[in-house]
Each structure stands twice: as C-alpha cells, then as structure tokens.
Design a binder for this molecule. Structure first.
Ligand code: SF4
Ligand code: SF4
Length: 352
C-alpha cells in the first residue's frame, strides 16, 4: 500500500524525493497549499476505503452498507469505528509510515528471534564489497581491486533509498522490512561501474562468508513442522466450523415457578447465531431430563442469514424428574432435522 499506492500518489503530486524536499522547505503559497491539500485529501479518501474494507471484515458488508445508508443517528458506534479506522490508516500512511513497521508491527521483532546465520535475507556481501571506497574518475575498476578496494563504491544510494533509513552494510537489522529497494539501487550502481550485480542480494550469512548453499537445517525443519501444524489446525477449524452457534442463559432476575399442576418452570434466553447465507429454521428439544420446552411468543425460531435471534424459552419439569436445588439440563439444537449443537444449563428448583 505504501509503495504502490500512497507513495505513487505523493510522487504524482509533489514530484520525486528532491522535489518533495524543496517543496517542504519552500514558504507557504497557493501552489504549495493546493498540492498539500490535494495529497492529504486523496490520502484520507484512500484511508477511508481501506478502513471500510477492514470494518467489513469485522462486522460484514451488509452491516457496513446499513451504516452507510441509514441516518447517522442510528449508528453512532459504527460511524465512530469508521472514522477511527480511517484516521488510523491515514495516520500510518501519511505520517508514521515505516515507523509503524519498526515500532508497532511485530514482524521485525519476530525476525530477530527467528533468523540465524543460515536464513536467507536481504544482505550485503561484505566479502565482496569491502574495503569500500569511492571510485575515482581516473581509476579503472580492476585497479581498485589491486589497491585493496572491494566493489562497494560508497555511493550511499542503498541508504538513500531505504524507507526505514538503515544502512544494510552494517548487517541484518530489525528495521529492515525486506523491501529490496537497496538491491535495485545497488544493482544500478554495479551496472554503471561494470561490476556483476548482487553486491546486495538475497543471501544468508553462511552463504556470503563460506559460500554455503541453502541447507535444510533442524531449525528449518522445526519451522516447517510448526507451519504444517498451524495449517492443519486451520483446515480442521474451517471444515468443522458449525453453521449455527447457540447459547442459553437463565433469564436475568427470574426464579423458578410452581404451576397449578405441580410442575416447576424456569425461564431462559436462547441466542442463536446463523453463520450461513440462508434462512435457518431452528428447533429446540429438551433431551434430558424428561419435561417440556416451549419457545415463547412466536412458538418457533427462524434466523435470517448472517443474523442472530434471541428467544425466551420456558422449560417445565415434573417434581419427580428434579434433583434437590439444581438439575442439569441438556437441550438439543436442531436444524433441518439435524442436530447442530448441544446446550447445557441448570434448572433451579426448591431444595428438599
Ligand atoms: S549502493 Fe552498493 S555500492 Fe553504493 S554504497 Fe550501497 S552497497 Fe555500496
Ligand atoms: S531491504 Fe534494503 S532498502 Fe528495504 S528496508 Fe531492508 S535495508 Fe532498507
């Protein structure tokens, strides 16, 4: 997003890096104001789109569409999140940029734990590059080597293009986001001075120092196992994901009641979430102990696609089926004749 969207917009409006520095240093005038306003207005617009996409991941696109189309007074919380996400992305892309990679994103911190001398990373070939030093106009490249110099002409281009401002020649650093901008910049320099590309390249420390090819190390095997286990867990969770999620709670503040026929009753609230994209009729059955279960009001439950419904449910037990104090209850949740979930709760009754 930074390189392919926001920086492209910035370059189109403000020019390349020297032009941008000149614009920032110039006094405020109509042209500077127009360029800055246009850039930040477009940045905020794109951030708004990115924020909305994130919000639709969390609440679903239908909810998001409702927030956008309903009167604002109906969705203060949703609108608040919409503004907060837009400001968050605007702040990251317009101001914090790679600082977010360095200080907020855990990726860099993970790297310092995960990499070792066999890990392939963006690396400077110090064996080939050192002793660094500028290339004099009168000096042929071969003469440099004879004079003990390496291929690095110390042009600092790799540092200038680095979005996090580090010098890759100092070794692997946590701030490196592996964007490879320094590889491209250095390759251009190598082309100009007639030296092979790849002074900065994807390589491991052992690859550079001992010319060792990539080896399948125990650490690599460990990472493969961890990735395979995580992948397997994800697949199992995807395939065993239920279409329906149901919870049962005793109705707040209610106690048991004794009916005229001597039966006891408890009132519950059953919440059913329909995760599918089709209407789902749901049936509740009291499976243990023997008794009766009635859905209050509408008499049955039908949940709209990707919505939830809450129903009051009255359960009645005969005194002979009850234990002293509390009796465990098992409620089956059925849809289309198939059991989709089992709920467990307690039935409150008098103590003997
Ligand atoms: S771009 Fe290449 S040659 Fe220039 S300073 Fe960096 S490593 Fe050395
Ligand atoms: S790959 Fe190179 S340019 Fe990119 S962050 Fe790392 S050191 Fe900087």
């Amino acid at each position: 997003m930074m390189e392919m969207v926001f920086r492209k917009i910035e370059y189109a409006i403000e020019g390349d890096a020297p032009d941008q520095r000149a614009l920032n240093a110039s006094p405020w005038n109509g042209q500077k104001f127009f360029k800055k306003f246009l850039k930040h207005a477009i940045f905020f617009g794109v951030s708004f789109l990115v924020g909305n996409v994130l919000l639709s991941y969390i609440i679903g696109w239908r909810e998001l569409y409702q927030i956008i189309t309903d009167p604002p007074a109906k969705h203060f919380v949703g609108l608040g999140f919409m503004v907060a996400f837009s400001l968050l992305f605007y702040g990251i892309f317009a101001r914090f940029r790679e600082q977010a990679c360095t200080f907020i994103c855990p990726y860099g911190r993970h790297q310092s734990v995960l990499v070792d001398e066999n890990t392939i990373v963006v690396a400077y070939d110090h064996k080939r590059g050192e002793q660094r030093g500028p290339l004099r106009h009168t000096q042929k490249f071969g003469e440099r080597r004879d004079a003990g110099h390496g291929d690095c002409v110390d042009c600092n281009l790799c540092v200038a293009v680095c979005p996090t401002g580090i010098d890759i020649r100092n070794g692997v650093q946590m701030e490196c986001v592996q964007c490879t901008a320094c590889i491209d910049a250095c390759d251009q320099v190598m082309d100009k001075i007639g030296s092979p590309r790849g002074l900065i390249r994807y390589a491991s420390l052992n690859g550079i120092e001992r010319r060792e090819p990539l080896r399948f190390t125990p650490r690599l095997a460990g990472y493969c196992v961890v990735m395979a286990v995580l992948g397997a867990i994800l697949v199992v969770m995807l395939f065993t994901r239920s279409d329906v999620e149901a919870t049962v709670l005793r109705a707040p503040g209610s106690l048991f009641q004794q009916m005229p026929d001597g039966h006891f009753s408890n009132l519950y609230t059953v919440r059913v979430v329909n995760k599918t994209s089709r209407e789902m009729p749901v049936e509740l059955k009291l499976e243990s102990p023997a008794g009766s279960l009635a859905v209050m009001g509408q008499g049955s439950i039908s949940v709209a696609p990707q919505k939830h419904s809450e129903s009051s449910v009255l359960i009645e037990l005969e005194p002979s089926a009850m234990k002293s104090g509390t009796t465990p209850l098992v409620i089956g949740v059925y849809s289309g004749g198939k059991k989709v979930e089992t709920l467990k709760t307690k039935f409150i009754g008098p103590r003997n």
